[in-house]
Design a binder for this molecule. Structure first.
Ligand SMILES: [Zn+2]
Length: 121
């Protein structure tokens, strides 16, 4: 991922100035929405370490494997509150477009926002 390219989360700023900062540990998400964007962007650029690190230990899977047939193509934030974010994420699986719609919940743990779980709708 080139640092000056637009961030995959769709913020309109460069990857480096947006989710890239969070991926490389230079900044922490200040809000659930910022964390959610960074997790989407991490899936999009293949930084599964970031996805794992920001997942609550109680709910996260033992390990994460990349899905080579899956490409993330866009994110739309539909709403966000004190501890939740609702979004639609677009993808292509083996060339076939699809979307997932989720309301995710987040928790602060040791001063850091972490993803807890999500309801697919
Ligand atoms: Zn971003």
């Amino acid at each position: 991922m080139a640092l000056q390219q637009p961030c995959p989360c769709g913020s309109g700023t460069s990857y480096d100035a947006c989710c890239g900062r969070l991926h490389r540990g230079a900044a922490l998400a200040q809000t659930p929405e910022e964390l959610m964007r960074s997790r989407y962007a991490a899936y999009a650029v293949g930084d599964l370490d970031h996805v794992f690190r920001t997942w609550h230990p109680r709910t996260r899977p033992d390990d994460l494997a990349a899905d080579p047939g899956l490409t993330w193509t866009g994110l739309e934030i539909l709403g966000a509150g004190a501890d939740w974010v609702e979004f639609t994420a677009s993808f292509e699986r083996n060339g076939v477009p699809g979307q997932m719609h989720e309301r995710s919940s987040f928790e602060q743990r040791g001063g850091r926002w972490v993803y807890v779980d999500g309801d697919l709708t």
